[in-house]
Design a protein around this ligand. Structure first.
Ligand code: FAD
Length: 813
């Protein structure tokens, strides 16, 4: 087949993801799309996948994506005439110990929060559903009846046929060899059969996506890892509609296939493939069988299904799959090249994701923004650190090895650390800091008191740091604490049109005089919240923006992408230029006054202002803001000065009892104040009205801004969801998020974040109460609320005001 000389959109890769994306681009958007495959369709990772299709993830939106896949696979044959092999067998997950059982109770609650009917069943029930299984060691199992299995190649061929039916062109045996670039954008795709001029490119090249991305200068941090399973001969007594099994405590999974079993697993000692380029010639290829490495799975599986011992192994599959450092896929527009979109890194759930990933990616390609909150899989969650192949390798292998490990709350990765440390690292370590890592930065989570080992001991209940964090929390409420927040992402926007640009991008009014701060959201065209940050006006033409550590690439990319054309403005990432120390607590002013000659009294330096002050001979940008609900300042100094400023504050603060405080106390403090966390409480799915942040939107001003039209359109409509706080008195309850909210016994939403408020002495959760027919204050106040926590109902109180210092007097004092 000859290539067209031009296509609006070129999709690279004919695996399940590329075919699904092309199908949705053609079906939903009538796009002019051509898909290029270097071999033949499915010849990469797709053809050898086992075909288990699970749906539940910890993100509601990603779960929705996976549910969409199932709905699509069910109905695709009717449209294309090609079967997908979809069988809704249901899935059993087995628990053999109490921690795993608690995890499943929480998982089942999450599933119900997301509208899926997951049950918990007894070992006897499991035996009835799967008679060949040994259930002696089981505590129980979770049962999700709507999960199933499908034939990866058949689905892909069916999607490809559907794509063609809707007008897409698919060309096989053509390799993409490079891109013609102009002004940082791709203008043509170079191939072994000639060039195609195009407007947009979608990189669905599977394990080759890293090197295809590199041809356009973009980073796709994935690592091919060998993954093995066996297919057995027929096993007597195995039903053809046997549920799929996940046996995480034995690290294995099972699926029925033509009367035999597919069995594979996730070993703690995974085998990476190349850290160089993946060879071009790899169509339909596998690695040699590695029974030695696989034996660990075989031993475990035989104990679970004794009939396996005598079953003949028909085939062993040892194939490469792309895994990523955090176990989530990589989706969306590349920050380095505005017209390359990526759908790759599917961590052995690409078949389960395929349908839905193609749907959202196609929408993203057409609209230029994600259609829902896909943050967990967004390519903008990575940073320059992810260009380091060795770092990606080690972290990815750790994530693979943990695939079936019990997911304890607050667990931290260990590999590739420390990567980025602030100048205070050694000082804080000497004071007992226990660090976590965020986008490479080591950050103190808490400080172990004298005599206590500085390390986390994970458990499903209250963990070993609980009391120590309580002390840190109280210290901030009653005296003063110092947080090292040097990892904050920071940008500067400068130039004669800087204000004009920010006026368009920010929902709140940043057109204030120099020296003022604004807390604002950045909205997408649907009015959904894409970022939540502070903008400080340093001069008429200079603005300083501070946002969360993990959002560095995302927020910078969002701002850069939405700067209106033709404005004279420069955007710069200055994260590493500045260290940040947050001095917070009722005695913060005493400490600051002792450390600087500047007037830090309330009249000279009110809340929401920024001033340059001098501490220890260094010029410091002092921002009077707070994320803990107390009097305080964020102090931004040249990073090399962070040590001096820290030492000076610690000395000046000694009479006030100053001490360093960590991120876990910060979380507890912010929960009491009801400050929203982006990515959890506020996401692209939520408008400021939904989130109770309408006060931070400049609708009364006559300035147009991104998202305004969408907000105006919904302003007069009934509200369908409302953000609220919940408290639970039972001290034994542990809230981790995603617990179901019941109103008068009926589910109305789920928690977006949860934790413990030490000043309140109660558990705190936040979430949206939802009602399709609309809701108002009477509805919200007029119900009795409960939370479902790990499948148990517990009474809860609803709140609409901050739980701590609702008037904000302490912040402004
Ligand atoms: C052993 C094993 C078992 C698995 N089991 C399951 C399972 O049970 N359930 C599940 O959901 N997932 C499973 N997976 C994962 C699943 O196979 C993958 O996630 C999925 O196939 C990825 O699809 P893809 O389209 O991203 O990649 P691929 O199928 O690899 O497709 C990428 C395509 O891009 C093409 N390409 C690359 N470079 C170029 C270029 N320069 N020009 C043109 N074309 C190019 C390649 O030839 C390839 O065909 C398993 C994986 C393995 C290895």
């Amino acid at each position: 087949m000859t290539l067209p000389s031009h296509a609006e959109i070129v999709v690279i890769g004919g695996g399940i993801i590329g075919c699904s994306t092309a199908y949705h681009l053609a079906r939903d958007h009538k796009a002019d799309v051509v898909l290029l495959e270097q071999g033949t369709l499915t010849s990469g990772s797709t053809w050898h996948a086992a075909g288990l299709v699970g749906q539940l993830r910890s993100s509601a939106s990603i779960t929705r994506v996976l549910k969409y896949s199932v709905d699509l696979y069910k109905g695709l044959e009717a449209e294309t005439g090609l079967a997908t092999g979809w069988k809704m067998t249901g899935c059993l997950r087995l628990a053999t110990n109490q921690d795993r059982w608690t995890e499943f109770r929480r998982l089942a609650t999450t599933a119900r929060s997301f509208g899926m009917d997951m049950h918990l069943v007894s070992p006897e029930d499991v035996k009835k559903m799967w008679p060949l299984m040994n259930v002696d060691d089981l505590v129980g199992a979770s049962w999700l009846p709507t999960d199933g299995q499908a034939s990866p190649s058949d689905i892909t061929q069916s999607l490809a046929k559907g794509a063609r039916l809707h007008g897409a062109k698919i060309v096989e045996n053509v390799r993409v060899t490079g891109f013609e670039m102009k002004d940082g954008r791709i203008v043509a795709v170079k191939t072994t059969l000639g060039d195609i001029a195009c407007e947009k490119v979608v990189n669905c090249a599977g394990q080759w996506a890293r090197q295809v991305g590199a041809m356009a200068g973009i980073n796709v941090p994935l690592q091919p890892v060998k993954h093995q399973y066996i297919i057995t001969e027929k096993i007597d007594g195995l039903s053809t509609d046997a549920p799929t099994i996940r046996d995480p405590d034995r690290r294995t999974y099972f699926k029925e296939e033509v009367g035999g079993l597919v069995m594979g697993g996730y070993e703690p000692n995974p085998q990476p493939w190349t850290t160089g380029d993946v060879p071009d010639e790899w169509a339909f290829r596998l690695f040699d069988d590695d029974f030695d490495h696989f034996e660990q799975h075989m031993t475990q599986a035989i104990e679970r299904v004794p009939a396996l011992e005598k079953a003949g192994v028909k085939q062993m599959i040892n194939g490469p799959e792309s895994f990523t450092p955090d176990g989530n896929f990589i989706l969306g527009v590349a920050p380095e090249c505005k017209n390359m979109f990526v759908g790759a890194g599917f961590n052995a759930f690409g078949i389960a994701s395929g349908g839905g990933a193609g749907w959202v990616l196609a929408q993203w390609v057409v609209d230029g923004e994600a259609p829902l909150d896909l943050w967990a899989g967004d390519i903008r969650r990575v940073s320059d650190m992810h260009r380091d192949r060795q770092w990606v390798l080690h972290r990815t292998l750790e994530a693979y090895g943990k695939h079936y490990a019990i997911a304890f709350p607050h667990e931290e990765y260990q590999s590739g650390r420390p990567r980025i440390v602030s100048p205070l690292y050694e000082r804080l370590k000497a004071r007992g800091a226990v660090f976590g890592s965020k986008l490479g930065w080591e950050r103190p989570n808490w400080f172990a008191p004298e005599g206590e080992a500085p390390r986390d001991i994970y458990s499903m209940g209250r963990q070993n740091w609980f009391a120590a964090v309580g002390e840190e929390h109280r210290h901030v409420r009653e005296a003063v604490g110092l947080f090292d927040q040097s990892s904050f992402a920071k940008y500067e926007i400068t130039g004669p049109d800087a204000l004009k640009a920010l006026d368009w991008i920010c929902a709140n009014d940043v057109a204030k005089s120099a020296g003022r701060l604004t807390y604002t959201q950045l909205l997408n065209s649907r009015g959904g919240i894409e970022a939540d940050l502070t903008v400080a006006r340093l001069s008429d033409t200079t603005f300083y923006i501070v946002t969360g550590t993990g959002f560095r690439t995302h927020d910078l990319g969002w701002i850069a992408d939405h700067l209106p054309e033709g404005l004279d403005v420069t955007l710069r990432d200055v994260t590493e230029d500045f260290g940040t120390l947050s001095l917070m607590g009722p005695r913060a002013r005493d400490v600051l006054a002792a450390a600087t000659d500047a007037d830090v009294g309330n009249a000279a330096f009110p809340f929401a202002h920024v001033r340059e002050i001098v501490i220890a001979g260094h010029v410091v940008r002092a921002l009077r803001v707070t994320y803990v609900g107390e009097l305080g300042w964020e102090l931004h100094m040249p990073i090399a000065a962070a040590g001096d400023v820290f030492d000076t504050l610690m000395t000046a603060g000694a009479p006030s009892g100053i001490r360093p405080v960590g991120y876990r106390a910060l979380e507890s403090l912010r929960l009491e104040k009801g400050y929203r966390a982006w990515g959890a409480d506020i996401t692209p799915n939520d408008t400021p009205f939904d989130a109770g942040l309408g006060w931070a939107v400049k609708l009364r001003k006559n300035t147009d801004f991104l998202g305004r039209r969408a907000l105006e359109a919904v302003r007069g409509e009934p509200r369908r969801k409302a953000f609220a706080g919940f408290t639970v008195d039972d001290p034994d309850i542990v809230l981790v998020g995603r617990e179901t909210i019941l109103r008068n016994g009926e589910p109305v939403g789920y928690l977006t974040s949860g934790g413990y408020g030490y000043t309140l002495g109660r558990n705190i959760g936040y979430g949206y109460v939802r009602r399709v027919d609309g809701l108002d204050g009477d509805f919200l106040r007029g119900g009795d609320y409960e939370l479902v926590v790990a499948m148990e109902r517990t009474p809860a109180k609803i709140h609409f005001e901050p739980l701590y210092d609702p008037s904000g007097a302490r912040v402004r004092g």
